[in-house]
Design a protein around this ligand. Structure first.
Ligand code: AMP
Ligand code: MN
Ligand code: MN
Ligand code: MN
Length: 285
């Protein structure tokens, strides 16, 4: 698999976090869209990994274990994708369990904030959309607010209610960058900076992120993702070369009703890069 021309989709979400499809339905959809190498990367959770690997096999795809860890770096939330780790690794499981830990309390506070602007019982409302009780996320609140007619779609909900300074936003401290990278690498996986263009960093802060990530043992960056523009593919291909990082590719698909980029529906990686699957050849199932 030492090629850039591979339909690899190494970033998506199931009902085990904030997606709306079961791992089996995602596998079917990915395969129907021509995905050859797949990874399910639920937020802070790996409970879907064995099902996803089996479903990949049943649908004729190769598989890499995956997760997307929430990290706090200089006051911003950064997502670190882990691929190819051992899903039974105790350190990884404990780290993810701790990272999930604060979500219940945070959700209660989000609900209180929303109540102050007249949106009642948002906690219970969001809970109806939750597939995994340990993984209540802003996405579930967004679905509840759309269902209640407060907004026309989830991106409007985020803009009006769930981002910094808005009534349902609650600041939260996630894992440290160092811990997240170490959990992944100690479990024999590869750590990857997810969708770098999404963060509101100054150039200096972004440089610090990439430098520290490498120093902790991080080895990859998402270049082609559902949330990057074509110009951002070029920019982060250059960053990958500059920092000597491998490049990853993933749709970040969450739901047929919400996601703009379908599973596998992305351009191939640009030339002159090392694909992450080259680093993970012996971890592919
Ligand atoms: P949380 O981990 O609870 O903070 O929720 C983060 C998730 O919210 C992300 O993984 C996305 O799925 C979703 N999200 C974040 N920002 C937006 C946005 N502007 N529009 C739609 N979904 C978003
Ligand atoms: Mn998400
Ligand atoms: Mn993310
Ligand atoms: Mn994601």
């Amino acid at each position: 698999m030492a090629t850039l021309i591979l339909n690899a989709d190494l970033h998506c979400h199931s009902v085990v976090s904030d997606g709306t499809l079961e791992p089996e339905a995602l596998a079917q959809r990915a395969s129907a869209n021509g995905v050859e190498l797949w990874a399910l990367t639920d937020h802070d959770e790996i409970a879907g990994q064995h099902r996803a690997a089996a479903a990949a096999r049943a649908n004729g795809m190769r598989y890499l274990t995956g997760t997307e860890i929430s990290v706090t770096f200089v006051g911003e939330t950064v997502h670190i994708v882990g691929l190819g780790f051992d899903p039974d690794d105790a350190g990884m499981q404990a780290g993810l369990r701790n990272t999930r830990g604060g979500r219940g309390q945070r959700a209660q506070e989000m609900s209180e904030g929303l109540a102050k602007v007249g949106i009642k019982n948002a906690y219970d409302g969001a809970l109806k959309f939750v597939g995994n009780p340990e993984l209540i996320s802003r996405t579930h609140f967004a679905r509840f607010l759309v269902e209640g007619g407060f907004c026309k779609d989830t991106s409007e909900v985020f803009r009006k209610y769930l981002t910094e300074g808005k009534p349902g936003y609650v600041p939260h401290r996630w894992a440290s960058l160092k811990d997240a990278v170490q959990w992944i690498t100690q479990a024999k996986g590869v750590a990857i900076i997810a969708h770098p263009a999404r963060y509101k960093f100054t150039p200096n802060e972004e440089y610090a992120l990439f430098t520290e990530f490498k120093a902790h043992g991080g080895r990859g960056v998402e270049v082609v993702t559902g949330s990057h523009t074509a110009l951002e593919y070029v920019k982060y291909a250059e960053t990958a070369r500059e920092f000597g990082l491998a490049a990853s590719r993933g749709s970040d698909f969450h739901s047929p009703d919400e996601s703009h980029t379908d599973l596998g529906a992305l351009p191939y990686l640009p030339g002159g890069l090392t694909p992450v699957w080259e680093l993970l050849a012996d971890r592919i199932q």
